[in-house]
Design a protein around this ligand. Structure first.
Ligand code: ADP
Ligand code: ADP
Length: 224
């Protein structure tokens, strides 16, 4: 493989609310590669009422996984965009072993997955984080009413957009999302550990400390 074909792929693992999206946005700047959030891609399609969005809606409303075939195809398409020429940070993908093996097949010819940071967080903390999460309707920036509040309540610091609570961030759906995580996504921790790719960081720390620990994990792997 020619050096210019080699890309850097990271997979962020962690329960819903662990801080994957928050940290992915910070890592984008550091590594100059884009975040690929399957949740954000589905929400974008939902907002624009595309066929994919309509299909995903019922699964997302329940907190269940959207079928693998659709999800994997969406990721493959996203990866053909020019901004992925040097790699990508996956946030919320893969979510089960079918998706993980598909991602291996996609990334192996391009140098493989470089590192899988696992952002660890207790379930009670995850519940608190998700139910207090607010998202900008226009740019997708993520806030928390207590832990990471915007300067002005209800208004995005970045672009002045309206902040809203995701429908699936209400307590009943959140419980199902945690259940789905343990049933389907948690086995990926062992999967990536066995491949020697896992780097666990404590997601219970403040945002900047989690970021510093992620940076240290990237440095230890020679990625920055
Ligand atoms: P969180 O990080 O809070 O769990 P996401 O934004 O990643 O939430 O996902 C929201 C919803 O989008 C999920 O509950 C699921 O319905 C759908 N979704 C996101 N990513 C995937 C995926 N990789 N496979 C299947 N469904 C997904
Ligand atoms: P995920 O993508 O894993 O579902 P998010 O990045 O959306 O998680 O974070 C979930 C919520 O927790 C958001 O409201 C975010 O502002 C907040 N949050 C993220 N990281 C931290 C942290 N280290 N400490 C406190 N709150 C955090």
């Amino acid at each position: 493989m020619a050096a210019q074909d080699r890309r850097v792929f990271l997979v962020l693992l962690g329960v819903p609310g662990a801080g994957k999206g928050t940290q992915a946005k910070l890592l984008e700047e550091l590594l100059q590669i884009p975040q690929i959030s399957t949740g954000d891609l589905f929400r974008y399609n939902l907002k624009n009422e595309t066929e994919l969005g309509l299909l995903a809606k019922s699964y997302m409303d329940r907190g269940d996984l959207v079928p693998d075939e659709v999800t994997i195809r969406m990721v493959e398409e996203r990866l053909t965009r020019e901004d992925c020429a040097r790699g990508a940070i996956f946030d919320g993908f893969p979510r089960n072993l079918v998706q993980a093996t598909a991602l291996d097949a996609i990334t192996e010819p391009l140098g493989g997955i470089a590192l899988v940071p696992l952002i660890g967080l207790e379930d009670d903390d995850a519940m608190r984080r998700i139910t207090g999460r607010r998202v900008c309707r226009s740019c997708g920036a993520v806030y928390h009413i207590d832990f990471n509040p915007p300067k002005q309540e209800g208004v995005c610091d970045v672009d002045g957009g309206e902040l809203y609570q995701r429908d699936d961030d209400k307590p009943d759906t959140v419980r199902n999302r945690l259940y789905v995580y343990y049933k389907q996504t948690a086995p990926l921790v062992g999967y990536y550990y066995a491949k020697g790719l896992l780097a666990e960081v404590d997601g219970g720390l403040p945002i900047d400390e989690v970021q510093a620990n992620l940076k240290a994990a990237l440095q230890a792997k020679g990625l920055i």
